[in-house]
Design a protein around this ligand. Structure first.
Ligand code: 13P
Ligand code: SF4
Length: 304
């Protein structure tokens, strides 16, 4: 089957069985084309909480599918490809954070949504890249323990100097591949281009950027900007989507190493197998764990 035939068959079965397909913005174009909604982690969690369908297929990584299940336990939630994890989400576990919390008892624990459901059970509030500054700003406590992404935490801390941040040593292996060497090289090659980066990038990279934002925010910025050239400092698929959205503009990668293999593992065939009911992984969560983890996601939606 070719791409078009696969897409048509997925759409036919999806409509027949009333299934909702959610795709993260890092998914390949052929997948975002058949999705009901494509967006950043925050958009996906909001969309998941209001989707009317009883079956949801997540084309993204595991923590995204778990977030859908946490919010909608009555729904059948599939992770389209069970191999799609997020290395950052596995960098810290519940036991480690429980120990750290004992050292900092008067700190509010803010966790990036890129964490496991288990880890969320010991955190106070969840954030995404697009909602982190707004949410942390609204927290009454001045003392913030931000996990697991040190880069995102440092970027949020810079916007909120009145708060007192403790950061741990975690981060996204993909975004950490681009440093100042790549910034200097691409800026020399494209002096007119604006540099748009994700806050998971290294601090000196975010400091030299013209715009820092979530995957969706980077896309919206480039689409709405009057500028004609952009250096994109996030996963390469965003550059690909932007080329489709704005064929009259030029987009350059900050580094061609900005590839998240976990986001790339999902194929149209995986999605077809999910809509047929013969593939993917059905997400199951222990009810007590789900309810504890839900507290910090509910707080995120309430404050965000
Ligand atoms: P966004 O919330 O910006 O989509 O980021 C998710 C992610 O995993 C980025 O690496
Ligand atoms: Fe995780 Fe980084 Fe991939 Fe995002 S890009 S899913 S943070 S490994």
């Amino acid at each position: 089957m070719g791409i078009k035939e696969l897409q048509d068959e997925i759409l036919r079965l999806k409509n027949e069985k009333d299934i909702c397909i959610l795709a993260h913005a890092y998914q390949a174009r052929e997948i975002t084309e058949i999705a009901d909604f494509t967006g950043d982690s925050y958009g996906l969690s909001v969309e998941a909480s209001k989707a009317p369908q009883k079956t949801i297929i997540m084309c993204g990584v595991r923590f995204m599918a778990e977030t859908v299940k946490i919010l909608s336990p009555e729904k059948m939630v599939y992770l389209a490809n069970p191999l799609a994890g997020c290395p950052m989400a596995d960098q810290m576990d519940k036991e480690l954070i429980e120990q750290v919390k004992q050292q900092y008892p008067d700190y509010t624990v803010v966790c990036y949504i890129n964490t496991s459901t288990e880890l969320k059970t010991v955190c106070d509030v969840c954030v995404t890249s697009s909602s982190a500054v707004k949410i942390v700003d609204k927290l009454p406590n001045k003392n913030i323990l931000f996990i697991p992404d040190k880069q995102l935490g440092a970027w949020v801390a810079k916007q909120l100097p009145e708060k007192n941040f403790k950061l741990l040593q975690g981060g996204c292996p993909t975004h950490l591949r681009a440093g100042m060497r790549e910034v200097r090289k691409t800026k020399t090659l494209h002096p007119e281009a604006l540099l748009l980066v994700h806050p998971e990038c290294l601090s000196d990279v975010t400091e030299s950027a013209d715009f820092v934002g979530s995957t969706t925010a980077i896309m919206n910025y480039a689409i709405n900007s009057d500028a004609k050239e952009f250096i994109i400092g996030t996963e390469l698929s965003i550059l690909g989507h932007l080329q489709y959205e704005c064929p009259e503009k030029d987009f350059y990668p900050l580094s061609i190493d900005l590839v998240c293999h976990n986001m790339k593992v999902t194929t149209l065939t995986d999605v077809l197998n999910c809509v047929k009911g013969t593939g993917g992984e059905v997400i199951e969560l222990d009810e007590e764990t789900r309810l504890k983890a839900k507290n910090c996601i509910d707080r995120m939606i309430e404050l965000g």
